[in-house]
Design a protein around this ligand. Structure first.
Ligand code: FBP
Ligand code: MN
Length: 643
């Protein structure tokens, strides 16, 4: 063992007793049941729905409430109490106005605080006291601990506890205590959160999701193609930047760019006003509940066209300079006959609809107008100087990766590109062929390089980030082509098809999933692959549990825009010491609805697997780290203290 390291360790544990105490503590933790993991994916800016799933722990809070109180409370009371735990601030306001006397309110407070304490105690039963302490609201740690650990066998302290509760109320602290306890409960029911990609795009508040994650006690992220698009823009890729603005315009979310991240869209708007007019296919999508004036709609429609054309222009030079991307068939502007207004794709000629090509020079279709070039320069400058975006993107980098092996499972947003015959698909990058895990590692190293060098905007690494968004071999995209251009301009739906990588049907095959797990050094007998990215169409009877349980697809579509195709409002997954459960969530409208109706959004659980023996911390990733720490401490003990 490295002596310097032992010296360092000896500073922290400077007596034999301290070493022994820590060893005993860590060994005890190893035998505790494994903490609950919570998996979510494809949040797509749906902050409120995400909040709801977090707050109810995918139904876990309700289960615990039921376990504890089903004998003494009616269904209605159980629901009311659950709502108080999910949304304490709002619920307190609603309830308090119902009481006519102070006494009634006081009794209610006492009852709620006692129930909450019971729930905290139950939800924390598999944690150490020290871990629970960290989850308690700091300002009330002392009081809560006193109340939680009241061992009042001799009834000596009865008055003492009653007095304490009374004083909490009379000193006006009851609301704060209830709120603090509610958040403690939310935190205790989930030990660790995995976000399997696609936080950004389509929905209105991805930034609020990221802020929530930044404050979350324990989380990791597997980037989705949409997240990588934002990372790409921040890393200097103008084509990624054009894409994020295009998608925000399409879904009427430009305020994320302007108001949230402080990026000035005025230059783009000026350009758009100059060259574009109304165009039905570029009108912002209408998601229920939103109202826009005609003028606002028109403005967005123009911006949407301006940025889409810039995007298509920016794609061409990249495709040309990066032969290994093998995307020549996506040089779409070159396939257009601007006089006849038609395009020839794969030997077939199609008329173009909704044309808006005023800024295109037919002889050099990829060339940006000077005005367009300047707009993009300015946009990139503000993107790279937005403090808030920097904070959010840095967080995505710090907590994120392309894939993750965690407690025996493989978490990945999209796919592992495969050939039809099930072998790993190769891609040649800078004269070397990569496939499977190696390919993903290479992708990730380019992304990290691009992010670390935002001033390099046209280098290979930055282009590669765009490839991760849209390239055939991208593990995040997993389709042969992205037919954005065709969907805007060609009527024939056959051209809109995006052919999926064979992975998407081969993943039904257990043997293939086993091989992929082995590729990532995971045990095929116990591991599973957890995917997001492709909405599971419950409506059509699609099953999210595939390959005999080796493959779980949890994109049920938080995205409002996609709910009509999936029929539900998202899947999440829970993995506790007893096994794994898939949770299907019914449509979530708003927290106001939950608060007023007391109806929790229905969550249907499906057992994926039941552990024969309760899983312990010892068998987890954290367990492995603890075992290493214990072995280090034992060395310290041997070499420093046993003389
Ligand atoms: O529905 P929209 O906004 O047009 O987006 C469609 C595009 O989104 C994609 O599905 C990628 O987004 P997802 O990762 O959410 O599937 C592309 O394949 C497709 O071209
Ligand atoms: Mn995706």
């Amino acid at each position: 063992m490295n002596l310097k390291y032992l010296d360092l360790l000896a500073k922290k544990y400077d007596s034999e007793e301290k070493v022994a105490t820590e060893i005993i503590n860590l060994e005890a933790i190893l035998d505790l049941p494994k903490g609950t993991e919570h998996f979510v994916s494809d949040l797509h800016g749906e902050y409120q729905a995400f909040q709801h799933v977090l707050r109810n722990g995918s139904g876990n809070v309700k289960v615990k409430i039921r376990d504890l109180f089903k004998e003494e409370l009616q269904e209605k009371e159980l629901n009311e109490f659950a709502t108080l735990v999910y949304y304490p601030e709002e619920k307190l306001q609603l309830v308090k106005s119902n009481f006519s006397t102070k006494k009634e309110l006081q009794e209610w407070y006492i009852e709620m605080i006692e129930r909450m304490l019971k729930l905290v105690s139950y939800a924390s039963s598999k944690y150490t006291r020290s871990k629970l302490r960290k989850a308690l609201p700091v300002q009330f740690v002392y009081i809560i601990e006193e109340l939680l650990y009241k061992t009042d066998e001799f009834k000596n302290k009865k008055d003492y506890y009653a007095k304490m509760l009374e004083r909490i109320i009379s000193l006006g602290q009851a609301d704060k205590l209830i709120i603090g306890l509610a958040y403690t409960i939310q935190r205790l029911v989930v030990d660790h959160l995995h976000v399997v990609g696609d936080i950004y795009d389509r929905g209105p508040a991805p930034h609020k999701i990221v802020d929530t994650l930044i404050n979350y006690h324990s989380v990791d992220i597997q980037w989705g193609n949409h997240d990588v698009l934002w990372l790409g823009a921040f890393s200097g890729s103008k084509v990624c930047l054009a894409n994020i603005i295009r998608i925000c315009a399409r879904y009427n979310n430009l305020d994320i760019i302007e108001d949230v991240y402080g990026i000035n869209l005025r230059p783009l708007l000026n350009l758009a006003e100059k060259y574009y007019d109304d165009n039905p296919v570029f009108r912002p999508k209408k998601i229920s509940g939103e109202t826009l004036t005609e003028q606002e709609q028109l403005q967005i429609t123009k911006i949407h066209q301006a940025i889409s054309i810039i995007q298509f222009k920016l794609e061409s030079p990249i495709i040309k300079r990066r032969r290994c991307f093998d995307m020549a068939d996506r040089l779409l502007l070159e396939k257009v006959d601007f006089d006849k207004n038609e395009a020839t794709l794969h030997g077939k000629t199609y008329p173009l609809e909704n044309a808006c090509f005023a800024t295109i020079n037919p002889d050099k279709p990829e060339e940006l107008l000077e005005e367009e070039r300047l707009v993009m320069e300015k946009l990139l400058f503000s993107v790279q100087h937005s403090e808030k975006l920097a904070r959010h993107m840095n967080f995505l980098m710090k907590k994120g990766s392309l894939y993750l092996q965690y407690n025996g499972n493989l978490l990945i947003h999209g796919c592992i590109p495969l050939e039809e015959n099930g072998t790993m698909k190769e891609m040649e990058i800078e004269r070397k062929a990569y496939a499977g895990r190696e390919l993903l590692d290479v992708f990730e190293s380019y992304l990290r390089y691009a992010f670390a060098h935002p001033e390099e905007t046209d280098d290979f690494a930055t282009d590669m980030v765009w490839y991760l968004w849209t390239g055939e071999n991208s593990s995040l995209f997993g389709k042969r082509e992205m037919t954005t251009f065709e969907r805007y301009f060609i009527k024939d739906k056959a051209t809109h098809k995006e052919r999926k990588n064979p992975y998407y049907y081969l993943r039904e095959d257990e043997e293939i999933c086993r091989r992929m797990l082995a590729e990532f050094d995971l045990d095929p007998d116990h591991g599973r692959i957890i995917n997001g990215h492709t909405p599971v169409k419950e409506i059509d009877g699609e099953n999210p549990i595939k390959a005999n349980g080796k493959m779980l697809v949890i994109d049920g579509g938080f995205s409002k825009a996609y709910q009509s195709t999936t029929g539900i409002a998202g899947y999440t997954l829970l993995y506790n010491s007893y096994g794994m459960q898939l949770v299907a969530h019914q449509l979530f409208n708003s927290k106001e609805e939950v608060l007023s109706n007391e109806t929790d959004v229905l969550s249907v659980k499906r057992l994926v697997d039941k552990e024969l023996e309760r899983k312990k911390v010892r068998e987890t990733n954290i367990g492995e780290e603890l075992l290493q720490e214990i072995s280090d401490l034992n060395s310290l003990r041997k070499h420093r203290y046993m003389k």
